[in-house]
Design a protein around this ligand. Structure first.
Ligand code: UDP
Length: 253
């Protein structure tokens, strides 16, 4: 773990994407029997964590806490905190896949997204990254997180597949809470809590064009593609997030 910087009550690892990859590859090589998990707080999560003790605890125990979202990076800069760049989960996963090779194969398990989506992601991944093998996919039913038998089944599926990396796309905060609650039983050296990444890998949802990602407008693209679901979320965040920045600004010497 690196020296974390504190922003909005979240301790963030000030790492570049390449540095984060080095940590993840280290955990995979080392296999110390633990499941090291990665979370990527963005504006929505920064707002959520203020009121959510469970999510805060999940962040505290995470192996890596990476800043996803230009507003978070810009807020850090405003407060003169050294945060080198945005590291989005949906950039981290393809970068990790691209780092696999014939001599360093990668086994992944995709947990989450609607039924059938992870299987489509797996077949596209096989084309693009032949050194990445999808050893399992599973789309849990609605409300699974409250069903102990179902949680046990999922953990057994992961154990049988023995992945190097568990890619968890259940949306926030469900994915962070689930991984945190089961971290001692997850048979994978690394778990990545990465929201809609499985949808992106499957081509189910499209990511914003690069220029929008670079200018902090990715949220606008997502909102336009799923307005009914996301408009309310973004409207609430747009009110609360500036208040968080203001609060930090005032409390900084
Ligand atoms: N999802 C899921 N099970 C659930 C809730 C959500 O598999 O119980 C999936 C959903 O299908 C989508 C993913 O979680 O693929 C990410 O959702 P969202 O867009 O909310 O994630 P974000 O990237 O905004 O955190």
């Amino acid at each position: 773990m690196t020296n974390r910087i504190r922003l909005f009550n979240i301790d963030i690892d000030p790492l570049t994407l390449d540095q984060a990859l080095t940590h993840i590859q280290g955990w995979i090589a080392q296999r110390d029997g633990k499941c090291h998990y990665v979370v990527t707080p963005n504006v929505q999560h920064s707002v959520l964590v203020q009121e959510h003790g469970g999510l805060r605890a999940a962040y505290t125990d995470a192996g890596l806490v990476l800043a996803d979202g230009l507003p978070v990076v810009l807020a850090a800069r405003l407060l003169k905190l050294a945060l080198p760049e945005r590291v989005a989960g949906s950039d981290l996963v393809p970068a990790l896949y691209a780092s696999a090779s014939e001599t360093r194969q990668l086994k992944v398990f995709l947990l989450g997204a609607a039924p059938g989506v992870a299987a489509r992601a797996a077949s596209r991944m096989a084309q693009q990254w032949p050194a990445v093998e999808t050893v399992g996919t599973y789309s849990p039913p609605l409300g699974f997180e409250r069903d102990e038998a179902e949680n046990g089944r999922i953990l057994k599926l992961i154990e049988a597949a023995a992945p190097d990396v568990l890619v968890v796309g259940l949306g926030a905060p469900k994915q962070e809470l689930w991984v945190h609650a089961h971290r001692q039983q997850i048979s994978a050296p690394v778990a990545l809590c990465v929201g809609a990444t499985i949808d992106f890998l499957a081509g189910e949802k499209r990511r914003a064009p690069r220029w929008m990602q670079r200018t902090g407008l990715e949220w606008l693209h997502r909102c336009a593609s799923e307005p009914r679901r996301l408009a309310k979320r973004y409207a609430r965040d747009a009110v609360i997030f500036p208040k968080l920045v203001w609060r930090e600004w005032r409390s900084h010497p």
